[in-house]
Each structure stands twice: as C-alpha cells, then as structure tokens.
Write a protein that binds this ligand. Structure first.
Ligand code: FE
Length: 344
C-alpha cells in the first residue's frame, strides 16, 4: 500500500469499530456502512471459495466523501450501503463505475438495479405500518389511509427528511404525482401525535407507551427488537405491535434496498466483481438476508422464519430508478408542508 493510502486509512480507522485491516493489492477491499457482524460471515465464505482475501472498513458516515477524496489512490473496490437514495447519491458524485455482469443481471431483478449498472440491490426491506395490538383493529391498510382524519393524533414517524421517509414519499409521487402527494403529506402531518423525532424503533416504543397507535417503520427493526437480548425492553415494544403491509392488496408495499457499487478507481476490479456476483448468489443471499431480518433480492431464496412470521405481502414492483428520480421533489414537499413541525 502506498503512503497516501495509509494516511487515509488511519483517518478512516478513527471512525471504525473494527481494527483497521491492511488493504493490499490482490485482495478485495470494502468500505461498508453495513455492520461487520453482518458482512464478515459472507466474506469468510467468499475467501474459502475463491482464496481471495477480503478486507472491510466499517463507518457510519463519510465513506463517499473519502472515496472521492482518495480519487485514483483509493484502496476501496466496493461500497456497501443502504437505501437507493444513498446509492444514487454516490453515483451522482461520480465515485462508481458500471458493471456488466450476466450473473448480476440474472440474480438481481431490474427494478432493484441502477439503469446504468452503477448500483445493485442485495437485500430489500419494506416500509410498513406498525399497528398497536390493543388499539388498532385492522387487517389491512394503505399509505393513503394514514391521512384519513380518523387517525388524528394517533400517528408517529421519524423525520420526513430521513432517507427512509423520502423513499416512501418519492414512491407516492412516482405513482400519484406531486399534487396528490402534497395533499397526502398534509393529511399525515395533521394526524401526527407528536413532532417527527427519533428512529424507527422509537416510534414502536411510543406505541408501547400509548403515545400513538400507528407508526411508519422498516420491517427488519421488528426482527431486531424481537430478538434483542441486550435490551429486553425492546422485545416488549415489539410485542405491543404487529406489522401491516400497506397497499399489499393494491399496487404493493413500498420497498427499498441495501446494495453495493464498484468504485470508479477500484484497484482490484476483477476480484471485486467476483465478490459482487458472490453476494448475489443463493448462498450469500440466504446469509445476508437472515443476518439482518431482510428479504433476499434473489427470488429463489426464502427469507428467515422470523421474517416469514410477519406474513406475506406484495412488494411494489416499481423500479427504484423511478423512485430515486422523485427524491428531490419529495424532500422539497416535506419542507413545503413543514412536515417536521408536526400537527398544530
Ligand atoms: Fe435502518
């Protein structure tokens, strides 16, 4: 490794939880927003099967800027990230390059891949409604229903500007247009029990505490709460709710992805593409999706038993490319309706 790369790695290591690995040529090097516990078992299997050493640096922020700053000297071959918003933003920062691979095309449905082949989905998660077991007597719901005045003072959600919210709001624009979405957001806002605050699990906690009856959240948090032995109170939060898959009987429930991209100046491109293909394979898809209570993108692989226990649903088949294109408009609407101020 050259001197400048080493200096940069030292800086990266400050934000990592794992000790800084050496990132050698001839290996494959990964910058990851996905946690090591999830990725390391996959990399171990990859190394066993191919003999290629895989090194990972984990951080919670700043990896795109770092890849950009490192430029042609970057040791990073792959970026593992979550949310089409972040993947698309990375593409627009010009830190990715296209990958033409028949394996990826076969394993990853087109709606979960960049139209220019610069990012690829690996797992999906649905943005669902968490409903109070005690106070909500419904089997089905739609996103549109959440704006009905009958839910006044009963809805909780995180910030409207969070990537997860923007993804959902952008999907509404893609299906219904900006005017309808603006009216819908005003309805949602009017039904809020409190100002949007906290993460997805905090909304479930609020239902448990009786502050609201319905909340928006991602599916995998149910699995994380249900199995959380370090924080058993989260298991109680989970028991107070059930998942409703909005619009599952209509256009489908909004889903987003976690995914990957090949960096523009990847020093180990061939190895990196081998790893990308491995991550889309049945073996890796099973491990990956199970590890974080997500859904595999590869249709032949079943989700875990815990995930299946939440029920079947129809995912919205719209291309995430179309959703990515509406993110800016969605973000502007959140400001226009002053969503994060909460109900008056
Ligand atoms: Fe999350």
């Amino acid at each position: 490794m050259n001197k400048s790369a080493l200096a940069i790695l030292t800086t990266v290591a400050l934000t990592t939880v794992a000790p800084s690995p050496s990132m050698a040529d001839g290996d494959v090097n990964i910058y990851s927003y996905r946690q090591p516990f999830l990725i390391e078992p996959l990399l171990d299997r990859f190394t066993e099967e191919t003999g290629i050493q895989a090194n990972i640096i984990f951080a919670t922020q700043g990896l795109e800027a770092r890849i950009k700053a490192e430029g042609e000297n970057t040791p990073a071959d792959l970026l593992l990230s979550t949310d089409v918003g972040r993947l698309e933003a990375a593409k627009r920062q010009d830190i990715a390059q296209p990958v033409q691979s028949e394996v990826l095309e076969q394993n990853i449905p087109a709606n979960f891949r960049d139209k220019d082949d610069q990012w690829f989905g690996l797992t999906t998660r649905a943005r669902v409604v968490y409903a109070s077991n005690e106070r909500v007597d419904l089997d089905t719901i739609t996103y549109e229903d959440l704006a009905d005045p009958k839910w006044k003072g009963r809805l909780c959600t995180r910030s409207g500007q969070h990537d997860y919210s923007i993804g959902l709001f952008a999907s509404m624009i893609a299906h219904k247009g900006e005017e309808v979405t603006k009216t819908w957001l005003e309805g949602l806002k009017a039904n809020l029990a409190r100002r949007p605050t906290g993460n997805d699990r905090a909304q479930v906690k609020a239902i448990y505490a009786g502050e609201c009856d319905l909340a928006l959240g991602n599916t995998y948090y149910m699995g994380i709460m249900q199995t959380n032995e370090n924080e058993p109170e989260q298991q109680e939060w989970a028991k107070s709710v059930r998942i409703l898959f909005p619009n599952s009987e209509g256009r489908g429930t909004h889903v987003n992805i976690s995914g990957m991209l090949l960096t523009k100046h990847a020093p180990n491109k061939d190895n990196a593409i081998k790893l990308m293909e491995f991550l889309s394979s049945a073996e890796a898809q099973k491990l990956y999706a199970e590890g974080n209570y997500e859904y595999p993108v590869l249709g032949t692989v079943e989700p875990s038993e815990i995930v299946k226990s939440w029920g079947d649903f129809k995912p919205d088949p719209i291309s995430l490319n179309e959703i990515a294109d509406q993110r800016k408009a969605a973000s502007e609407l959140v400001d226009v309706v002053d969503f994060d101020a909460g109900a008056n």
